[in-house]
Write a protein that binds this ligand. Sequence first.
Ligand SMILES: Cc1cc2nc3c(=O)[nH]c(=O)nc-3n(C[C@H](O)[C@H](O)[C@H](O)COP(=O)(O)OP(=O)(O)OC[C@H]3O[C@@H](n4cnc5c(N)ncnc54)[C@H](O)[C@@H]3O)c2cc1C
Length: 333
Amino acid sequence: MNKSLRAFNTFGIEAFADQVIEINSVAQLQLILPKITKPFYILGGGSNILLLNNIKGTVLKISIPGIKIERTFKRAVYLSAGAGVNWHQLVLFAVENDLGGLENLSLIPGTVGASPMQNIGAYGVEIKEVFHRLEAVEIASGKLRVFRKKELAFGYRNSIFKNKLKGKYIITKVWFKLSKPPHPLRLSYGAIKTVLKDSGIDQPTIRDISNAVIKIRSEKLPDPREIGNAGSFFKNPVIDPKLFSSLHQQYPELPHYPQSDGTIKLPAGWLIEQCGWKGKRVGDTGTHVNQALVLVNYGQAKGREIHALALKIRESVRQKFKISLEMEVNIWD
Ligand SMILES: Cc1cc2nc3c(=O)[nH]c(=O)nc-3n(C[C@H](O)[C@H](O)[C@H](O)COP(=O)(O)OP(=O)(O)OC[C@H]3O[C@@H](n4cnc5c(N)ncnc54)[C@H](O)[C@@H]3O)c2cc1C
């Protein structure tokens, strides 16, 4: 057990694995799969994992490269990317080529291969809106299979790969259907509108939106290179109208977002803040000073300490609001 994983996870947790093998092609993956002992771990950019222990076994770091414009139609363009491509590099490629749909998802850390796993989303857009299909290798058989959009059962920070097919496939390539100008722009998030207005932009391009999102995110979220974190630690809870109405009576200022199915989404960060956790530090872990939803590693925190803090936070939210927060980060135990 001699390979440090500190540089492979944005929490900056020190843990060790027997070995890390970098995968650069489907053929290499198919060759290696029968030879490595199971269980093993699949890693992209390590921006959505929390390591609790050392790993007795192998980590497969998916680094399959390549971005390609596959087909161009009058209104749409099909773009493919290898699972190892850095997500933000893909967004920049799309913006550079005036292909619309990814700009609101600028600066999300991680790889293309992990993006459908939890249907990444930000600033009013989720990848399900531009996702077309993906290729994945079945771990048991080594066979390459295509998954179309409807098979992925996309939901809020969710897909079939987090449920029914968890741990069964390795995603190797993803296709996106992007727009050609004139692009439908997603400006509904207040902060984007404000930044554009402050910059004197009233006819924004997709590049303007990407730049606005980069500015907002850089100011709001801690940079993992400076302070270890994995973004939002918990999902925003979605509750039924009955619980909402009793909570709303008690807390009239409760921020809330009604969903099309009648349920109500609440900001987990607000709930955590109300429990007094914002900016709290426990040893070398804590919640970020500006965003209670982001758990951080101030330097030498162990994965177990961050996990213990997360459990405490979850318990206090449960006691105060009768809501059980679900972890968004994948726990590697
Ligand atoms: C500062 C910061 C901000 C963030 N903001 C957002 C945000 O706005 N919206 C959002 O949705 N997320 C956000 N995240 C979370 C994270 O960026 C995404 O979940 C991202 O998609 C994770 O990609 P990754 O390559 O780092 O995945 P990893 O952390 O390496 O892996 C995540 C999970 O996917 C599995 N996996 C990875 N690659 C593959 C593959 N090729 N095939 C099969 N399984 C795979 C892993 O086994 C693991 O279970 C943020 C994280 C940070 C640190």
